[in-house]
Write a protein that binds this ligand. Sequence first.
Ligand code: ZN
Length: 464
Amino acid sequence: MSSGSILIKNGYILTLNPQRQIFRDGAIYIENEKIVEVGKAEDLKAHKAERIIDAKNKIVMPGLIDTHIHLAQALIRGCADDVALVDWLKKYVWVLQGNFTHDDGRVSAELCMAEMIRTGTTSFVECMIHSRYGFDGIAKAVEKVGMRGALSKIVMDSTGYADSADIMYPGMVENADECLTETEQMYNKWHGKADGRIQVWYGLRSLGGVTPELFKDVARKTREKNTHMTMHLGEVIDDVRYVKENFGTNLTGFARDHDLLGPEMIFAHGVQFEDAELKVLAETKSNIAHCPASNTKLASGFAKIPQMLKLGVPVSLGCDGGPSNNTYDMIREMRLAALIHKAVVRDPLVVSAENVIEMATLGGAVAMGIDDKVGSLEVGKLADIILIDMHDLGLTPSVNPVSNLVYSGNGLSVDTTIVNGKVLMSNKQLLTLDEEKVKHKARTHIVDLLDRAGTDISPKWPIL
Ligand SMILES: [Zn+2]
């Protein structure tokens, strides 16, 4: 018996290996953080594991990878519903985030991670940590909780947003020196730490929020450090106007001229690209984090995912944030991604269940630059694995578990979450976070935050 060994048996295993094999009555043997064997239970060597997990009636699959989230927005879930984007930012989101304390930042990160683990996400890309959320505290929380995460420090040096000048809430403004110094410090302290689970990236704020010189500087620093960068691009049509009016080009032209294209970049949203630009994304292997819930709720439009997949653009999935989604449940995100494009192009054959599962696993691993380590269940890869209970009412009967998971599922059917060979949730119970405590803290902190920010969030109907 090896210490730190786990045997998962009797499962319906979606391997996501190159042949996309499924093992019915399958088993996986894990030693320490790695997958040692995977296959039909009857073909596996007789392992004596320290822990045996019975996966009868459960899907066993790679952990889900969310490539665009805001950890700080879990606390402000539901604080900007049914409003237009500029109001959404100026009256609610920036005002609330601009009043965060480091404590709020940590409480929000823990709430967000609790929900992610509960709903089967094992890795995530946090796209912009402002200094007022407390980067160090958030990194410590990730270390303790056991998830795998890329933490991007926000980089900005201008108070605009797309083609609107000077609209940033004062509490959200940072200057370039502060941003770059903190990224440097946090990179030195955290990159590759927590058994390799934490990465530190650059989180470029947006067009209009970063000057051309700073874009170029960050692109160079990213490559020097062999890390990654991410930014919101083409979420709103104003982005297209901004690059046309100021630089006489389109989104990919701007990105090319500022060294932003390449596999080390995740563009979040990417709704506004013209058809001809998709080829550029494919050729440069620039990643897209597709955020269908956020794009529909904020009425941004529809990313051209069917065309992107056809051309080979690397596409992954993102839940975005608490005021834009309003969940961090990747199974619900997969469902929406599989549904909306069919209606947009009026073709039920585009963006299949298999396509969205690939986006949520392998696609995410590629976007994070860790596809040699996670994203599929194969010998030698790290054990980032989830089990989903297919006996849940809404999933019954389950004749084709693959499409059933996507079209009928939600994250609350996830039963077990394992990251780096460590069980973070078993029997739907979180093991590295106290769920009740996390929820209690969130309820208390949001009341104080709304009070401090002077923001009123009430239903439109009379409350008696
Ligand atoms: Zn976002």
